[in-house]
Design a protein around this ligand. Structure first.
Ligand code: SAM
Length: 226
């Protein structure tokens, strides 16, 4: 099968199961109009994240890499409607964060989403130091891939046994197979460093799934904290 087939099948399942709504459509349109890159998760992937949060009955979700808040909306919608429900999402780019805040306000999720603006590696230690901070049930890592290993370590610090960590874009058209460091781009290096850390880490059980669809050929890693 080719990209055209992957796209067509993805759209078939999107129409059938996901039924993207006006709020999510508007979030994507606002992002495009503001000139943000089209690198959010797809609708079927967004629904996957949403279902995953519901399956584990998540109340606290951490996202690293907000962009326009498209995945954030999917995550936030999965949480029960109460005070304890919170998505904390980290975004380095002020323009992205502003667009995301508008999209989240428009989605009626402002009470449930906390966008923190700045380099994630600066913000994560402050979250860990917050008094009485509660662990996150689901952690979705989707930012600058060069820092994946560090995000992974922080995710473990901020998790509890039973927490789920999702690392996006771990296949990248097969680029992950490049073993020669001089030929790896920085993102591939970041993914392979993360993979090596996970592989020898007794604190997690992990798998990775390849995906095809509207976003091409990629995949994600799924980790359960032991
Ligand atoms: N999760 C979003 C979605 O699916 O809708 C897409 C996130 S996009 C792939 C990655 C985002 O990470 C970009 O908005 C980028 O500005 C942000 N980012 C890059 N480096 C970062 C850093 N060091 N700290 C926080 N955010 C960063």
């Amino acid at each position: 099968a080719t990209q055209a087939t992957w796209t067509a099948v993805d759209e078939y399942y999107q129409d059938l199961y996901v039924k993207e709504d006006a709020i999510l459509d508007a979030a994507s349109e606002t992002a495009a109009a503001a000139g943000l890159p089209p690198i959010s998760v797809s609708p079927t992937q967004g629904k996957f994240l949403n279902l995953l949060c519901k399956i584990v009955q998540a109340r606290r979700v951490l996202e690293i890499g907000t962009l326009a808040g498209y995945s954030t909306i999917w995550l936030a919608r999965a949480l029960p409607d109460d005070q304890a429900s919170k998505v904390v999402t980290l975004e380095n780019n002020q323009v992205h964060a502003r667009v995301a805040q508008r999209n989240i306000d428009h989605a009626g999720l402002s009470d449930r989403v906390d966008i923190k603006v700045g380099p994630a590696l600066d913000i994560l230690p402050t979250i860990a130091k917050e008094e009485g901070h509660k662990p996150f049930d689901v952690i979705f890592i989707d930012a600058d891939k060069v820092n994946n290993k560090h995000y992974y370590e922080w995710a473990l610090t901020l998790a509890r046994p039973g927490s789920v960590i999702v690392m996006d874009n771990v296949v990248r058209d097969g680029k992950v197979l490049e073993t020669d460091p001089t030929k790896q781009d920085p993102s591939t290096q970041g993914i392979r460093e993360f993979n090596d850390a996970v592989a020898r880490d007794p604190r997690v059980s992990a798998t990775a799934l390849q995906t095809v669809g509207v976003k091409g050929y990629d995949g994600f890693a799924l980790l359960l904290v032991n």
